[in-house]
Structure formats: C-alpha cells, structure tokens
Design a protein around this ligand. Structure first.
Ligand code: HEM
Length: 428
C-alpha cells in the first residue's frame, strides 16, 4: 500500500463510527461525534458500509423521509456468514419499526390502541409503588447499592409485567431474554461464541409470548397483550405472528432503554452535585429534567434507514438503497440546534431532542418511558438524600447503538433514608 493510501485508510478509520468499540470512546463518544459533525456531518463510513449522519437537521431529514424497511434478505445474511440471524430477520418483517407506508400506519394505529393515555395514567400509581418498594428493599439491606442491578434493571422489568398483563414472577426471565435481544440488535459486530445464545433467547421469548397470547385470547386481562389481541380498525386485526413480533419489540424497548435512561441519568446527576440537588429540592422539574437526561445521554445512540431514491443530503450524493445511520445522540449535541449542548441543564426549555426518534416511527412507548422515568428519578432522590458515587469510572455495556452501564455502585446514609421513610409514612 502506498503512503497516500495508508494515510487515507488511517483517516477513514479515525472517522469511523467503529471507533465506538474502543473503550475510551465507549466511555465518552461525544468528542468523536463532534469531530465527525465538524468534519462532515454526512460522512461515508466504509467500515460501516453506511452514511453516518451527526447533525440535527440532517438526522431529522433522514428520520422523516428515508425508508425503515431495512430487514436483511436471507441471501445477504448468508453472504455475510450470518445465516444464524435468519429467524430474527423473519421477525423484523412483522415489526412496526421496520415497516414503511402504507403498512406501517395501519399496524402502528392498531398497536397504539394498547397505549392509550388512560392506560398510561392508570399505570402511574403502580410505577410509583414499584419504585418505592424496590427502594425500601435497598434501604433494608444497608447503605450501599448498585443503581443498575438493584433498581435500573428490576424497575422496568417489574413494570413491564404489570403493563403487559404477565406474571410478576416472570420478570427476571424476561429481563434476561430482553438483554440478549438488545445485544442482538444493539451491536455492529457479533461475538461468534455468543450469537447462537442470543438467537436462542429470542426464540424462547417468542415461544413464551406466543403461549401468553393463546392464554390471554382465552382469558383476556387488562394489559397491553390483551389490548393488542382486541385491537381492530375497520374490521382488520393484527395476526398472531404480528402480535408476538411486536410484543418482542415492546418488551425489549420497555426493558432496555428505560434501564439505560435511569442508570446513565443517575450517573450524569451524581457527577454533577448541583444538578442532583436541584432535582432533589425541586421535584416539580422532573419533566424537563427527564427530557434533558434523554438528550444528554440518549439511550438509543443511532438508528438506520435506507435512502429511498438518489438524493443529496448535507451536500453529499447518496444513492438509492444506501444505508444511512442517523446518530441521534450526536444530533442531540448539535450546537446549531441546542444552546451549550454539552451542558446538562435540567430546566432546558427548548429541548426537542431526537432520543425518541422523529416522525412516523417516533417511539410508541415515549409517554410511558417519560412517566416511569419521572417516577424513578423522583423516588430515588427523595428517598436517598445523601447519594454519592463509589464507582467513578463505570464499565459501559459494549453495545454501540444502545448506551448503558454495567454496574454503578453508590452509597447513602441509611439512617437518613429511614427518617425520610418514617416522615412520609407519618404524613400519609
Ligand atoms: C427511555 C426509553 C426509550 C427510548 C430512549 C426509546 C427510543 C426509541 C427510538 C429512538 C425509537 C425510534 C427508532 C427508529 O426510528 O428507528 C423507538 C421506537 C419504538 N419504541 Fe421506544 N424507546 C424507549 C422506551 C420504549 C418503551 C417503554 C416502549 C414500549 C412500551 C417502546 C416501544 C417502541 C416501539 C414499539 C417503537 C417502534 C415505533 C415505530 O416504528 O412506529 N419504547 N424507541
């Protein structure tokens, strides 16, 4: 290789999103995103075989107009040596996230029937009670906790079972399956030793949900699964396969990202004592605070689309069918859109971030995620007034598209936590 080609290759590697797999970049991907945005906000990444988009306006254009139907064909998987993923690809064909108009609108409208504002409001009290119950157990055990294992992961999994109408005793198993499914979809590269295990978990989750669909068809209950079974628009209903495929999507969305919002959000707050105190003293700002934590450390870092036709984006000629990666976490730090984007401002007013996506595929669970996020941060800060970090440099989850922490040890004053509990019981 000539020097010039070597130099070009090195530069391509330096500006590749693959850098995310480097532990230093994984710990703080924002300098890489900034470098990319300042170099070329729409950039061809030969390692990703994709255009990588890091500016807000262009990400919005991609999410609004490009095709979501990006399920890999069986021949493509075979050529890549990834035939093991064929069952996952078959399921994607039935999930709303990978549909385009007109199929998407009909399927989404039916799924949305299960997420009415009334259902979300009726789940608020359960969410608050679950958060409180988990914290009671933490306080009983002593003055130390792992935010991830003791709260951020079990809270959404308990909530998911209540929301779906599934037995609470299944929450640990669901959590494990969902973590494997997240690893399957959240990575660029797959460890060949793990991939079979991940696909097996997906299959087990599919079989489990199919059984529950059959059960709830016979005995409907007041949960999302039964609501999906009953959903009907102009005589059309979702097929059993569609219900199961979308229930898999809902389970992974409702477990993985909310857990990451809580753990990354708590880490951001604990690193900034002023912000932590502000939210503790003013729980009424929980709404804007959760939006800001979503913008600041977006649980979904990027998502893919296909160019619908030959098109120019950010001055680059993109060909029909090219893969385009919208890095929403980079767009959420774009200074052309957000004032002082690298500053955590819990009362930020102008905050139309892309953490839940944009346009027709905007997160179906966003109102639920907001509600549970507010319940989680409020309960943690109110009950544990003297929280402090033990883990200073956490290990990150190692998934490029989903940002999460493996473990986050914190300590708190147990006596103070017990006093808060007593006071609350007295007031109630
Ligand atoms: C903090 C929590 C969450 C975050 C950050 C998040 C993020 C996202 C993002 C970015 C998208 C759009 C993906 C794309 O355009 O390619 C999405 C879609 C979706 N999310 Fe979420 N999500 C969260 C929670 C949830 C919850 C709790 C549920 C279910 C109860 C859920 C279910 C879905 C579904 C079904 C879609 C597909 C919508 C469609 O394609 O029309 N998500 N989510």
């Amino acid at each position: 290789m000539t020097n010039a080609r070597q130099f070009a290759r090195k530069r391509e590697a330096e500006y590749s999103l693959f850098q995310q797999l480097n532990p230093e970049v994984m710990a703080d991907p924002y300098p890489l995103y900034r470098k990319l945005r300042e170099f070329e906000p729409v950039h061809w990444d030969p390692f990703m075989h994709s255009w990588v988009v890091t500016s807000y306006a262009e990400c919005v254009a991609v999410l609004s107009k490009y095709k979501a139907a990006r399920t890999p064909a069986p021949e493509y998987l075979e050529a890549m040596g990834l035939s093991v993923l064929a069952p996952y690809a078959a399921m994607m064909l039935k999930q709303i996230m990978f549909q385009d108009p007109p199929v998407h609108a009909g399927m989404r409208a039916m799924c949305a029937i299960a997420f009415t504002p009334k259902r979300i409001e009726s789940l608020r009290q359960s969410a608050e009670a679950m958060a409180k119950g988990l914290i009671d157990r933490i306080v009983d055990r002593g003055g130390r906790m792992d935010v991830v294992a003791d709260f951020a992961v079990p809270f959404p999994s308990l909530f998911l079972t209540a929301m779906m109408g599934l037995p609470a005793s299944d929450s640990s198993q669901l959590k494990q399956w969902a973590a494997d499914v997240a690893e399957l979809i959240g990575n660029f590269e797959h460890d060949p030793d793990r991939i079979q295990k991940l696909v097996t978990s997906l299959e087990q989750l599919r079989v489990y949900l199919t059984e529950k669909v059959i059960e709830q068809r016979a005995r409907p209950c007041d949960g999302v699964l039964s609501a999906l079974l009953a959903a009907e628009i102009e005589g059309v209903r979702l097929s059993e396969e569609e219900i199961v495929a979308n229930a898999v999507l809902i389970c992974s969305g409702a477990l993985e990202e909310p857990a990451n919002l809580i753990s990354c959000g708590m880490f951001s707050l604990l690193q900034r004592p002023e912000a932590l105190a502000q939210l503790r003293e003013h729980p009424e700002i929980a709404q804007t605070a959760v939006e800001e934590l979503l913008r600041f450390e977006s649980p979904t870092q990027h998502t893919g689309r296909l160019a619908p036709e030959d098109v120019v984006l950010g001055g680059k000629q993109i060909r029909k069918g090219d893969l385009v990666t919208a890095v929403v976490a980079a767009a959420n730090r774009d200074p052309l859109r957000f004032h002082e984007p690298d500053r955590l401002d819990l009362t930020r007013a102008d905050n139309r971030h892309l953490a839940f996506g944009w346009a027709s595929h905007y997160c179906l669970g966003a109102p639920l995620a907001r509600m549970t996020g507010q319940a989680a941060f409020t309960a943690l800060l109110r009950r544990l007034p003297s929280l402090a970090l033990i883990t200073k440099e956490p290990q990150w989850r190692g998934m490029a598209a989903l940002r999460g922490i493996v473990s986050l040890e914190v300590e708190f004053d147990r006596k103070l936590a017990e006093t808060v509990q007593t006071e609350r019981t007295y007031v109630q």
